[in-house]
Design a protein. Structure first.
Length: 314
């Protein structure tokens, strides 16, 4: 059966650990695995703006021995010019895998239902699992490293402050719970995680020794945390709501005062692009606690590991 990564919990806890361990191997030796030697092609489709995702996937596919085929979603008009199933049937016969950055999660699921090659979520409105794999890798790398038992993540506390209803918050809940972390979301009323995602993360945490907390007080979320993350207050597609969305989030700005409530050795993450002076201050993102640039680089290593892992099971 073909494996996909459509959302974070498409991996088990053990499988997530395998992917992160392989990422460590590939970071140490970028050409250690060449599952796309040939080269075999991978379709990389973008319906939304991109920089890090396009860069890391295209570079990564090439380093795995493959050929990235970038498809401009604005030209392809998937679901408008042709149905998602028809596009899937065309692309799936010509490539080894499909990577898609799109809007509705249902589009990605429909693509996966009509192909026999792995489909990877490169971001949807609901989830961003590749980013969270990179973030977990970065936290392990900077706070405890990798041991024979896997990345040092279990029992560590991970706080996210900002829009608790966006794709990053949802993926932090699922991915962090899979890793056995204590995941805290600090968000204002009206911007809390979806109930079904929170329930699923809570169920996962019960099996991995992790925990899940949602708080409206950002200090409660951040208290003693090993890692603190934030994201833009205005996600892609919400630009027209910028003015009305900003006011509720001002108390959740990741600044020096809020960071002081975290552990003294806490690291700071942001998936980028960042808007200094809004969700995060320049003092914090450019300061000594920031691992943002490592985090951006690590997208390359974890996505290579993920593709290699999926292709071995295709």
């Amino acid at each position: 059966m073909t494996r996909h990564l459509l959302r974070d919990d498409d991996l088990t806890s053990a499988e997530q650990r395998e992917v992160l361990e392989l990422a460590a191997t590939l970071k140490a030796d970028r050409f250690a695995r060449r599952p796309l030697e040939g080269p075999r092609a991978v379709a990389v489709i973008f319906d939304k703006p991109t920089l890090r995702t396009q860069l890391s996937f295209t570079v990564g596919i090439a380093e795995l021995g493959g050929q990235p085929v970038v498809v401009d979603g604005n030209l392809a008009k998937i679901g408008v010019r042709e149905s998602v199933p028809d596009v899937a049937r065309v692309i799936g016969r010509q490539v080894a895998a499909i990577v898609w950055r799109t809007f509705e999660q249902a589009r990605l699921e429909e693509m996966a239902a009509h192909v026999e090659v792995p489909v990877v979520n490169a971001l949807t409105d609901d989830y961003h699992p590749c980013q969270v794999l990179a973030d977990l890798f970065t936290v392990a790398e900077r706070t405890g490293g990798f041991a024979s038992s896997g990345p040092a993540l279990a029992g560590r506390s991970f706080a996210y402050v900002g829009d608790g209803a966006n794709n990053m918050a949802h993926s932090y809940l699922l991915g962090g719970a899979l890793a056995g972390m204590d995941v805290r979301i600090g968000a204002p009323d009206g911007y809390l995680p979806r109930t079904d995602v929170l329930e699923r993360a809570t169920a996962i945490a019960a099996t991995t020794g992790g925990s899940v907390l949602v708080a409206t007080d950002p200090r409660e979320a951040v208290a003693g945390a090993s890692a603190v993350a934030t994201d833009t207050w205005v996600s892609m597609g919400q630009e027209g709501q910028s003015a009305e969305r900003e006011a509720p989030f001002v108390p959740y700005q990741l600044n020096a005062e809020l960071l002081a409530h975290a552990a003294p050795s806490a690291v700071v993450l942001h998936c980028l692009p960042a808007y200094r002076g809004k969700e995060i201050t320049a003092e914090v993102i450019d300061g000594p606690a920031s691992v943002v640039w490592d985090e951006a680089e690590n997208r390359l290593h974890v996505q290579k590991a993920l593709l290699a892992w999926l292709l071995e099971r295709a």
